[in-house]
Design a protein around this ligand. Structure first.
Ligand code: NAP
Length: 244
């Protein structure tokens, strides 16, 4: 019987689930099921796959006697985050979102912020011969397929279904050190880094490397999410659970 449901899929989610399990909480860690070989915290009960929308999530929570929901999904997993808030409202359950602060430009950064990936594609369509590190995960890589004139170094944990015509696949799972990211950008002659502004530590090294080397960065801004209780850190999330 589960009491806490943690919607996961990030390193922060795993770490929080581990910490809660260590404290003896009864929890289920949920993954979308997209990754073939997911990392799961030791000793934590895991489930995989979508719930079937809000109604499915509500049903699952009722069936499993969930007492509180923690949304620790990636900041760009907006559908799941919206469903979590809706389901919690319908069930009158406490709901917490672990929300990292997004990255902010510092002196030396050459960032352009975009609200939509398609606008990045349009901007690239007007350019020629860029060497791009495309580090946006695998789901949206297909949007860059029409761009024949650029070389893409496409980094993802698992391969996307389609690559742009002039691509080099780089299958790797972070975190990466700033030194390794710097070597990658330099060795591959990358002049543009494209990433999601997801905040947190693990993805930040590529931005530090781009700053050091004076390389351009285009960042996709995170989607707006509905209001709910927020925790900015694992400790804040643990404190929230403690007062339930
Ligand atoms: P999404 O668009 O918000 O979710 C699509 C659907 O996948 C949801 O409606 C839900 O299906 C299912 N789902 C998502 N997260 C789930 C979870 N933790 N447990 C059970 N079902 C889940 O999410 P996404 O962008 O496809 O991301 C999928 C997963 O990958 C998330 O767990 C996220 O944390 C992780 N991730 C995403 C990104 C990213 O850039 N988007 C990056 C790193 C990791 P139902 O409606 O059927 O319940």
């Amino acid at each position: 019987m589960s009491r806490l449901l943690i919607l996961g899929g990030t390193q922060d989610a795993r770490a929080l689930a581990s910490a809660l399990a260590d404290q003896g909480h009864d929890l289920t860690y949920s993954l979308a099921g997209a990754t073939q070989d997911p990392r799961v915290p030791d000793g934590v009960h895991m489930r995989r796959g979508g719930f079937g929308g809000v109604d499915g999530l509500v049903g699952w929570c009722l069936l499993n006697d969930v007492r509180a929901l923690i949304d620790a999904t990636h900041p760009f997993a907006a559908r799941m985050s919206r469903n979590a808030v809706k389901a919690a409202l319908m069930l009158n359950l406490p709901c917490l979102r672990l929300e990292r602060e997004i990255w902010r430009a510092e002196p030396g950064d050459a960032w352009t912020l975009y609200a939509r990936l398609d606008d990045m594609v349009l901007s690239l369509a007007d350019m020629s011969g860029r060497r791009v590190l495309l580090a946006i995960g695998r789901q949206d890589v297909f949007r860059f397929v029409p761009l024949k004139q650029h070389h893409f170094l496409v980094r993802s944990v698992e391969p996307p279904p389609r690559y742009p015509p002039d691509s080099q696949a780089l299958l790797a799972r972070g975190p990466f050190s700033p030194e390794d990211e710097e070597a990658l950008l330099r060795d591959q002659g990358v002049d543009l880094v494209i990433a999601k502004n997801a905040g947190g530590q693990s993805g930040y090294s590529k931005l530090q490397a781009a700053r050091t080397l004076g390389r351009e960065v285009w960042l996709l801004e995170p989607p707006a999410l509905p209001p709910t209780s927020l925790a900015a850190s694992r400790d804040q999330a643990l404190a929230w659970v403690a007062q339930l």
